[in-house]
Design a protein around this ligand. Structure first.
Ligand code: ARG
Length: 258
């Protein structure tokens, strides 16, 4: 994770971002710190990367790369505003003993590449390119399932789909995907939780699950109820300030798999 020391909304690269609206960086820090505490209280180890001045979105660590089986695939950002985050994260992976791979195409890390059991689910449409799906399949040796995103509000896969593990496998908002991708998801995950738009609109699907506990935006009340109903334990956190940049708990959390 990366502290929001330099967090701001200075540019707009997704529909959530309004550079004219005020942002409270201190409040963002308080909310982010509570998220770190929550992960630790649930028994997870949290490692930190130093924030870099001039990179206001670096708090969204999920975009910093994809790390599976000790292999760290670097990110390559779509927009120049975030480009310098990629080498900063790659340097962290190298210094911490991961087998690093340079990106050959635009990919925004776990924003669009989500490991779900045997499959690597891979979003495209707004950020990550199809060529990156092919590279991810080669680097990780996991079958990649390409998924077409169609709603600009849900520009990263992790805003439209949450990997849960456990009984449901995933939760997702069907209308954020093309008809063909919806059919793929129904076929692969017949027991998935089908989320409501109202919950996705507060970035409710941008959640972090360990298979039992699901850390999600506290505003996503309907999704929390759906989770409880099938045996998960929803843990609400308030990241309202970071949502002004289009990010939630999952965006702030890169899962590092040694
Ligand atoms: N402002 C950032 C962007 O548009 C937010 C990134 C959110 N991260 C995520 N994993 N969805 O790139």
């Amino acid at each position: 994770m990366c502290a929001p020391t330099y967090f701001a909304v200075d540019y707009a690269i997704n529909p959530w971002m309004d550079p004219t609206a005020p942002v409270d960086t201190d409040l963002a820090m308080t909310q982010w710190s509570a998220l770190v505490r929550t992960h630790r209280e649930l028994g997870h180890q949290v490692d930190l990367i130093d924030p870099v001045p001039g990179l206001p979105d670096m708090v969204f660590a999920a975009n910093g790369g994809t790390v599976i089986d000790g292999v760290a695939l670097a990110a390559q950002f779509r927009y120049p505003e975030r480009a310098a985050e990629a080498p900063a994260y790659l340097d962290w992976f190298a210094r911490n003993g991961f087998d690093t791979r340079e990106a050959k195409a635009v990919n925004e890390g776990e924003g669009d590449l989500l490991l779900a059991g045997r499959y690597l689910l891979a979003g495209t449409g707004f950020r990550t390119e199809l060529a990156a799906h092919a590279q991810a399949q080669e680097e990780f040796g996991r079958p990649v399932i390409g998924l077409q995103l169609v709603d600009p509000r849900f520009y990263h896969l992790d805003t439209a789909l949450c990997v849960l593990g456990g009984p449901a496998g995933i939760a997702y908002l069907p209308e954020a995907f093309s008809p063909g991708s919806q059919r793929v998801l129904r076929r692969l995950f017949p027991d998935a939780i089908v989320a409501e738009l109202a919950d996705a609109e507060v970035l409710g699907l941008n959640a972090v699950s360990d298979g039992v506990n699901v850390v999600l935006p506290v505003q996503a009340k309907g999704f929390a109820a759906q989770l409880s109903l099938v045996g998960y334990r929803p843990v609400g956190v308030d990241l309202s300030e970071l949502r002004k940049a289009g990010g939630g708990p999952k965006c702030c959390t890169l899962v590092v798999r040694p």
